[in-house]
Design a protein around this ligand. Structure first.
Ligand SMILES: C[S@@+](CC[C@H](N)C(=O)[O-])C[C@H]1O[C@@H](n2cnc3c(N)ncnc32)[C@H](O)[C@@H]1O
Length: 211
């Protein structure tokens, strides 16, 4: 997607992807799989509350988000005054650092032991997903792990985002070992996507380990 698409989405409050709860699949699966502490990279993070949950569990969290407004909202809604610097905007508080930049241009000096992808891979069209996974793989240390949550639906019936990412695509990449943890029919809880044409919507949760 064009960057403008996402800036417009934030400005026009078309942010139906934002949840007011902690993602249930994160709650169900993270504690059993991420048993030791370590920093978590959250690509395309928006203002997800999941980052607060990860930080409360003792993880340092680094979120990468294009839209500065989303980052400011994250801290304002939390009621916390972060330490910020500009160019690019970078704000930190309580173990969470959010950086306003294009994930594809993010070049930190270290690699992460964990990542968390909810609504990041599925936010990208097929033409960008290979590059996204290659970038993610470069940012995760060997043996590093993370939770990936995708949607599956009839892509012919609705335009993304969110895009349908079939399991064979997740398994087809060459950087991560893949374990599927859960498939769940979530049609009933996404009436907006049903209205757009996704008559049956399945959410799939994977645990990935960097090879
Ligand atoms: C579908 S939302 C998901 C946000 C978050 N993961 C969540 O679960 O609420 C995708 C987010 O990625 C951001 N985004 C899109 N492309 C990006 C890019 N290339 N680099 C960084 N952020 C990006 C958008 O601004 C948007 O906030």
């Amino acid at each position: 997607m064009e960057k403008k698409f996402w800036h417009d989405a934030w400005r026009n409050r078309q942010i139906g992807f934002h949840r007011s709860d902690i993602h249930p699949m994160l709650l169900r699966h993270w504690p059993d799989h991420a048993r030791v502490s370590g920093d978590v990279l959250v690509p395309l993070c928006g203002k997800t509350l999941d980052m607060r949950w990860l930080a409360e569990r003792g993880h340092g969290v680094t979120g990468i988000e294009l839209d500065e407004g989303a980052i400011r909202e994250f801290f304002t809604e939390w009621g916390i005054e972060p330490d910020c610097s500009d160019s690019p905007l970078s704000c930190s508080a309580e173990g969470i650092s959010l950086l306003a930049m294009d994930f594809f241009e993010y070049r930190p000096s270290r690699r992460f032991p964990y990542f968390y992808d909810r609504a990041a891979l599925v936010a990208l069209p097929h033409s960008m997903r290979g590059d996204y996974l290659a970038r993610l793989a470069e940012l995760v240390e060997s043996g590093g792990e993370g939770l990936l949550i995708t949607f599956e639906y009839d892509q012919g019936a609705m335009d993304g985002p969110p895009f349908s990412v079939p399991e064979q695509e997740v398994r087809g990449q060459r950087w991560f070992e893949v374990e599927r943890l859960e498939r769940s029919d979530v049609t009933a809880s996404h009436p907006g996507l049903v209205q757009r044409g996704a008559l049956r919507l399945v959410e799939v949760c994977y645990w990935l380990r960097r090879l």
